[in-house]
Design a protein. Structure first.
Length: 319
């Protein structure tokens, strides 16, 4: 039997920015549709908005009908911002103003995939626990260095909800539906989509280091983890060898045997991959990205980047 506060329809809004990921949007909205079907009545109502009030075009080119941004007293219980692509394309002052107004009205504000970046830009994540898709985390950290996103699938911090995107909204919506309708009902919704294993909020967004690098040596994994943590201030070979508990020469052998690269080559690749994400997603200048990825100068960075990718940093940014 539904409790008193579940008898009313709850309106959930979605602000879709051009280039949003259709999978993330569907993973968040389909459980609400299934909840209505299983309840035999409307308990959730969807409202979809876009910055210009017209259809929102997904990253795959699929248009989703949408209306203009919600005004005062729109009756929303929760609103999510869905964003994909590059933060450099997310300059929508009207969206930020709308989010601030909704927050003042007590609406629960959420962000999916790149959406938390918009929440940060609107000043709605200060002193909040939150997450963002791992691909957008470097750009957010450079733009808002006082914020500290967690690499979790989703985070619920009071009236702020953030989610890494992809299929993680299925897990998030399971929790939100259970919060309102109870665990048994939420389980029925998840079973509807063959979502038999609901991940914990703190489950990682990416595969483990062992899966991503294809290695299982504990000392080498410790070094790779430290490499990813020290991109701006790279540690030398001797320091990394101490972390692995081996000699520098043995560390070299581990890299050659397990990764087919030298210590310096692998470290440089990790830093260049990070630099490429910043070139594609952040407004930082090339010289600022060089500093942020531990290169001694812009020229040094450009030479290493061109050797690795066959193009200059400037060419990557233009394309």
């Amino acid at each position: 039997m539904a409790s008193i506060d579940t008898r009313n329809v709850q309106t959930v809004g979605f602000i879709l920015l051009p280039g949003f990921a259709l999978m993330s949007f569907a993973s968040a909205t389909e459980p609400l549709r299934a909840a209505n079907l299983l309840a035999g009545r409307e308990i959730y109502r969807l409202a979809v908005f876009s910055p210009d009030g017209g259809p929102a075009l997904s990253s795959g080119g699929v248009p989703v009908p949408a209306g203009p941004l919600p005004g005062r007293g729109a009756g929303l219980g929760t609103v999510f911002v869905c964003a994909g692509g590059s933060p450099m394309d997310w300059h929508y002052p009207a969206v930020l103003a709308c989010l601030r107004q909704l927050a003042r009205e007590g609406v629960r504000i959420g962000g999916i995939s790149g959406g938390p970046y918009l929440l940060a830009a609107a000043g709605l994540l200060a002193e909040r626990d939150f997450t963002i898709h791992w691909e957008h985390a470097p750009a957010l950290l450079e733009a808002y260095p006082t914020l500290n996103p967690r690499q979790a699938r989703f985070v619920i911090d009071g009236n702020r909800i953030t989610c890494g995107g992809g299929i993680a909204p299925l897990d998030m919506m399971h929790v939100l539906i259970a919060e309102r309708m109870g665990a048994d009902f939420a389980r029925r919704v998840s079973d509807w989509y063959l979502h038999a294993e609901v991940s914990e909020p703190t489950a990682p967004q990416r595969g483990s280091l062992a899966e991503r690098y294809g290695v299982h040596h504990p000392g080498l994994l410790s070094v790779l983890e430290k490499m990813e943590e020290t991109i701006e201030m790279p540690l030398d070979r001797a320091a990394m060898a101490r972390i692995a508990g081996v000699t520098p020469r043995h560390l070299d052998r581990l890299f050659a045997t397990h990764l087919g690269a030298t210590f310096l080559e692998q470290y440089r690749l990790i830093r260049l991959q990070h630099a490429r994400r910043l070139l594609e997603q952040s407004p930082l200048s090339i010289s600022e990205i060089a500093v942020a990825t531990g290169f001694s100068s812009g020229a040094h960075f450009s030479r290493a980047y061109r050797t690795q990718y066959g193009m200059t940093p400037g060419q990557t940014r233009r394309t």
